[in-house]
Design a protein around this ligand. Sequence first.
Ligand code: CAA
Length: 445
Amino acid sequence: MTAVGIDAVEIWTGNLKLDLPGTFAPEKGEDPEKYTKGLGLNASSFPDSYEDIVTMAANAAYRLMDRKGLEPDDIGRIDVATESAFDNSKPVSTYVAGCLEQVFEGDFHHANKGERKFACIAGTQSLDDAYNWIKAGRNRGRGALVIATDTALYARGDAGEATQGAGAVAMYIDEEPNLVELSADQGYGSADETDFLKPNQQFPSVDGKRSVQVYLARMREALEDYESVAGAVHPDDFAYAPFHTPFPGMVRRAALLAYRHVIRNTSIEDDLAADIGRQPRPEGFDSDEAYRDALRDYMDSLKETDQYREWYAETIEPTLSISREVGNWYTGSVHLARASTLKEALESGKEMAGSRLLVGSYGSGAQAEIHAETVRDSWAEEIEALNVDEQLEERYDMSWEDYEEIHDAHNHEMDVDVEEFTTPEQEFVFDGWGRMGERKYRFVE
Ligand code: CAA
């Protein structure tokens, strides 16, 4: 059967950087370690004054098409996933196509374009749409361009301000892909939740503490649903587990729960029993409260075991390296985690062809999805081509005053003009407003 999956990926970070322990924490009167150790973040990426979700998406797509030698005729779909859209009718993908048509010969008039919305999980849903379109044989030999792009900004003073970020991930989905093959098996955990929403407003209303609990509950449901179709997951089955990463501390919490779940009734649980006992089971307790207390004690002990620490260091830690430097990219976050994983594998000389990834996506509101991916033979060439380290290095490091200015400049309610901090080069930039209030873009050589 023909393999379908991600052939290539490209990343575009916002051109500005906010140093969280160095600039943000002192201004907030907080211990820098809340950011570096608690949330697990060193910095956030921000868009410069000439950047937005369209420029970042088009720049990631341009890099991808240019590097892969793709032409508009090779692309039968352009799907953009975002939760930062500025138009309730015209999709971002049309703007992106317009940008790309400025620099490539030909056009995208015969490509199906759309925009996907379900908080941060929409990027993965767009991958699914592309996969299903190809598997259904409706692609006429063409591939799909899937782009996840967001400016994840919170109101100033909101607790979420610490987890902001901005960037885009572009992926080319095709038959016999170079990077990873997607599995047909999927698990879902989905419920009507009110943890994070933007009812016609730019900055989200968030119940932060609740959102963390909802993430964990829906992920657990998705894992159980995945196991119901793919069989029980064992820690040795997957080389890495890239998950949606609003901040690395969130994944650290999810990982401990997931590990407890997947070692239950395995020889790992048996081996650990001498030191920390067996996992509490509800039938062994008179009350729910007693069971929960016992579970908490077990988790506290599990977290300190060598087995767990080694598994975490090998399977989870490498998925977080880019996220630590850029913050939350919403729809792009899990796709950054995959890129981070494979980049770390390449840099540590690990041979990944044939290895499997357990990928966990999440969107507030809320839905989690879990599927497996198998790494393909040419994965290393694709990952070697990324220039994410250079991009991160070249970001302009904002002072607190710069940050306040740029936050205001991107606030739709404010009319603030800010000089750009960086000089665009070989990239699309925002170029003012058109006659119907549409945004205009141009490519800067
Ligand atoms: N040294 C070490 N660690 C420290 C510390 C210090 N000096 N000070 C605090 N910490 C730790 C805390 O113990 C805590 O860790 P644990 O949760 O493991 O205990 C961590 O740092 C964060 O501290 P707080 O909980 O006090 O932080 P906060 O009240 O400022 O809020 C937040 C954190 C709720 C995540 C907030 O940033 C927020 O609302 N973020 C936006 C919502 C979000 O990202 N939710 C995630 C799930 S929803 C989702 O995934 C969708 C999405 O993308 C938005």
